[in-house]
Design a binder for this molecule. Sequence first.
Ligand code: ZN
Length: 109
Amino acid sequence: MERSKFHVKKGDTVKVLAGKEKGKTGKILKVNHKKDTVIVEKINFIKRHARPGGKTRQGGIIEREGPLNVTNVNIVCPRCNDAVRIKKIVLEDKNTARACTACGEILDR
Ligand SMILES: [Zn+2]
C-alpha cells in the first residue's frame, strides 16, 4: 500500500470543505505531496493560457482543474454519503485501512 501523510489519496471521492467550490464532490485525480494540494475531477476549473508549440500548436485558453489545498477536502463515505472523519483500523491480514468513524465502513478496498 502506498504510504501517504495525507488523509486522502488518488481515487478517493472527496467533498470540498472551503472556498468557492465548497460542498461539491469529486474524485481525486492527482495528489501533490510537495505542495500539499490535490486535483479533483471537475472541481475548481481555472483558465490557463496554453503555450503554443508542443502538442497544442494553437495555443490559446484552456480550462482545466486547478489544485486545491489538501486540508480543504475530506473523504466521502459511500454509506453515509457525506464527508466524514476517518480512523485507521487494522485488518485481519495486519494491513491498515481507513474506516469511517460514523458507520465503520472501510474506505480502502
Ligand atoms: Zn460512514
